[in-house]
Design a binder for this molecule. Structure first.
Ligand SMILES: Cc1cc2nc3c(=O)[nH]c(=O)nc-3n(C[C@H](O)[C@H](O)[C@H](O)COP(=O)(O)OP(=O)(O)OC[C@H]3O[C@@H](n4cnc5c(N)ncnc54)[C@H](O)[C@@H]3O)c2cc1C
Length: 512
C-alpha cells in the first residue's frame, strides 16, 4: 500500500513498492505490469497530462502476426527483396549470424513450398531487418549495431505486447501496412497514441496505481549502492521524496526536444542546427538520462539521432498531410523529380531530403489514398495542395511541370513492371498515381527520435559503466539505448516501449 508520511517536513515523503518516473507509453506499461505483479505503484509525470511522445504517435506498431498477415499478398518486388537475404553471409552478422542462418532456411522452405501467394514473415526477419536498419557508422567512424538479446526480445515479444494491450481494451485494426521506414508489411494500426495512453491509464487506475501529475523527478536517491527512490519537484516548486521499496523505473523518454543535448551528443549528422524543428513533445528533454548517468549508468548510442524525413517544413508536426502506407508514397523534389527509394530507412530518406533544394520535397498521392477523409482544414492551411490534373498540381507547387508529369508517368510504369531501375524501390503495392484529384504534401526533415540512452539488459535492469546491474534501477522506452542502434525502424518504438515497459514493471515488482 502507498503510504504518505512527514507532511509537516520541508520534503514530504511518500512510498510504494515501485516508483515509475514518466507517464508515457513505457511508464504506463511498467506501472500496469508492476501492479499486475502485485506491487503498489506511484507514477510521477512532470507534465500536467499523461502521454509524452506516445500520445503524439501515429500508433504504428510492428509485430510479426501470422493471423493478420495472412491477408497480405506477396508480390514480385517483395519476393525479390526476400531472396536478397539468401545472398547474405552470416559470418558478417556477429551475434545475429545464427538468426540469419535460421532466416535463410525459412526463406528456402517458403520458396520450395510452391506457394508464395501470401506474405512471408518471421521473428527472424524482423530481427535481421532491425539489425540491418540500425547498423550505422557515425562521423567518427564508429559503427553501432543493436544488442542482439534486446532486439530479439523486442521482436519475439511484440505480438504478445499487442495482445496484452488488447486484453486491456485496445482495439487493433486487422489491416497490416508498412509505416514509413518499417521495411516490411508488419505494421499494426493501434488507433493512434491516444488510444494506447487511454487504454493504459485506465488500466493503471483500475489497478490502483497512484498517478501524480506536474511532479518532476530530479534526482535518484542511492543508499548503500541501491536506488531507493527519487527526489521530485511539484509545479509550485515544492519538493518531495518518493521512496521505492522494490525499484524505480525510469521511463522519461528521449531528448529530441532538447536542442543543446542533441548538439552535445550528435555524432551521426554533420550538424544538427539548434533551431531544427522536432516532431517531439516539449517534455522530451532527456531528464532520465541525466539522472541515470549521475548514479553511474552506462549510456549507449547517444550520438545517433533520428530525423523524420517527412515532417512539416515549418513546425515539424507529423500528421499535417496525406499519404498512405510506405509502398504507396512517392517523393518528388522542387525539380519535379524523384530522388530516393521511398521504402528505405528513415535516415536514408532524411539524408536524401537534406540534399534537395531547400531540403524540401513533396509526397504525392491521388484520390485513392485520400478516400472520404475530410482534409479541408489541411487544404485551407496550405499543408496539402490539391489539383485536378498533375500539370495543375505542379503549377500550384511551383515545380517543373514537364519533369513532374513525366516522372509520375515513369513511376507508374515501374509499378506495372514491379521494378524501379532508378532507386530500386522494393515494394509498390500495385499503387499507381492515376486517379484525380491529385495531392501534394510539402515535407522536410525534423528531429524525431533519439536512439541512444541508458544501457539495459533483457530484464530492463540499468547497467553501470562496469557492466553490472544497478540494484533497484530499471528503465524502458526511449530513455534507453542499444535496441535501435543507429537508425530506428518506423513502428519499432511502440513495440520497444510496451515490451520493455512490461518487463521493467515486472522486474521491479519482483526485485529481479
Ligand atoms: C509525432 C510522433 C509520432 C510517432 N509515431 C510513432 C509510431 O507511429 N510508431 C512508433 O513505433 N513510434 C512512433 N513514434 C516514436 C514513439 O512514439 C516514441 O519513441 C515513444 O512513444 C516513446 O515512449 P516513452 O514512453 O519512452 O516516452 P514518452 O512517451 O515520451 O513518455 C515520457 C514521459 O516522461 C515524462 N517525463 C520526462 N521527464 C520527466 C521527469 N523528469 N519527471 C517526470 N516525468 C518526466 C514526459 O513528460 C513524458 O510524458 C512517434 C514519435 C513522435 C514524436
Amino acid at each position: 500500500m502507498v503510504t504518505a508520511a512527514g507532511c509537516g517536513k520541508r520534503q514530504p515523503e511518500k512510498s510504494a513498492d515501485v516508483v515509475v518516473i514518466g507517464g508515457g507509453g513505457a511508464g504506463l506499461a511498467a506501472a500496469v505490469s508492476a501492479a499486475e505483479n502485485g506491487a503498489s505503484v506511484i507514477l510521477i509525470e512532470k507534465a500536467s497530462f499523461l502521454g509524452g511522445n506516445t500520445l503524439l504517435s501515429g500508433g504504428a506498431f510492428n509485430a510479426v502476426d501470422p493471423e493478420r498477415q495472412k491477408n497480405v499478398p506477396m508480390n514480385d518486388a517483395l519476393l525479390k527483396e526476400l531472396k536478397s537475404y539468401l545472398e547474405m553471409d552470416e559470418s558478417e552478422f556477429g551475434d545475429f549470424g545464427p538468426t540469419l542462418a535460421t532466416l535463410k532456411q525459412q526463406i528456402r522452405d517458403y520458396l520450395n513450398s510452391g506457394d508464395t501467394s501470401v506474405l512471408f514473415d518471421s521473428v527472424e526477419l524482423h530481427t535481421i531487418q532491425t539489425y540491418l536498419g540500425g547498423k550505422r557508422t557515425d562521423q567518427n567512424g564508429y559503427t553501432i549495431t543493436g544488442d542482439f538479446e534486446l532486439v530479439r526480445t523486442m521482436c519475439s515479444r511484440a505480438l504478445d505486447a499487442i495482445k496484452w494491450l488488447e486484453s486491456h481494451g485496445l482495439k487493433v485494426d486487422d489491416k497490416i501496412t508498412t509505416v514509413l521506414g518499417a521495411l516490411w508489411p508488419r505494421t499494426h494500426s493501434t488507433g493512434g497514441g491516444k488510444a494506447i495512453i487511454d487504454t493504459l491509464s485506465s488500466a493503471a487506475k483500475k489497478l490502483g496505481v497512484e498517478i501524480m501529475l506536474e511532479t518532476k523527478g530530479t534526482e535518484l536517491i542511492v543508499e548503500n549502492g541501491r536506488v531507493v527512490g527519487v527526489k521530485a519537484q511539484k509545479a509550485d516548486g515544492s519538493e518531495l521524496i518518493l521512496r521505492a521499496n522494490k525499484g524505480v523505473v525510469l521511463a522519461t523518454g528521449g531528448f529530441g526536444a532538447n536542442p543543446q543535448m542533441r548538439a552535445e551528443y550528435n555524432t551521426y549528422w554533420p550538424e544538427l542546427p539548434l533551431d531544427m524543428p522536432t516532431t517531439n513533445s516539449p517534455h522530451a528533454t532527456g531528464d532520465g538520462i541525466v539522472m541515470a548517468k549521475a548514479v553511474g549508468a552506462d549510456l549507449v548510442g547517444m550520438g545517433f539521432i533520428q530525423l523524420m524525413p517527412s515532417a512539416h517544413p515549418k513546425n515539424g508536426s507529423l500528421f499535417s498531410g496525406v499519404w498512405g502506407s510506405a509502398e504507396t508514397q512517392v517523393f518528388v523534389n522542387k525539380d519535379g523529380k524523384r530522388f530516393v527509394n521511398e521504402y528505405a530507412e528513415r535516415d536514408v530518406l532524411a539524408k536524401a531530403a537534406l540534399e534537395q533544394k531547400d531540403a524540401l520535397f513533396f509526397i504525392i498521392c491521388d484520390q485513392k489514398i485520400v478516400g472520404d477523409r475530410d482534409i479541408s482544414n489541411m487544404l485551407e492551411k496550405g499543408d496539402v495542395v490539391k489539383a485536378d490534373t498533375l500539370e495543375e498540381l505542379a503549377q500550384k507547387l511551383g515545380i517543373n511541370v514537364e519533369n513532374f508529369v513525366a516522372e509520375i508517368a515513369k513511376y507508374n510504369s515501374y509499378v506495372d513492371k514491379q521494378e524501379d531501375p532508378d532507386f530500386h524501390k522494393p515494394n509498390f503495392g500495385n499503387y499507381k498515381i492515376d486517379t484525380p484529384p491529385f495531392y501534394a504534401t510539402p515535407r522536410s526533415p525534423a528531429v524525431h527520435h533519439t536512439m541512444g540512452g541508458v544501457k539495459i539488459d533483457t530484464l530492463a535492469r540499468v547497467i553501470n559503466t562496469e557492466g553490472k546491474a544497478i540494484p533497484g534501477l530499471y528503465a524502458a522506452g526511449e530513455v534507453t539505448g542499444g535496441i535501435h542502434a543507429g537508425n530506428r525502424l518506423g513502428g519499432n518504438a511502440l513495440a520497444d516501449i510496451i515490451v520493455f515497459g512490461r518487463i521493467a514493471g515486472e522486474s521491479a515488482a519482483k526485485g529481479r
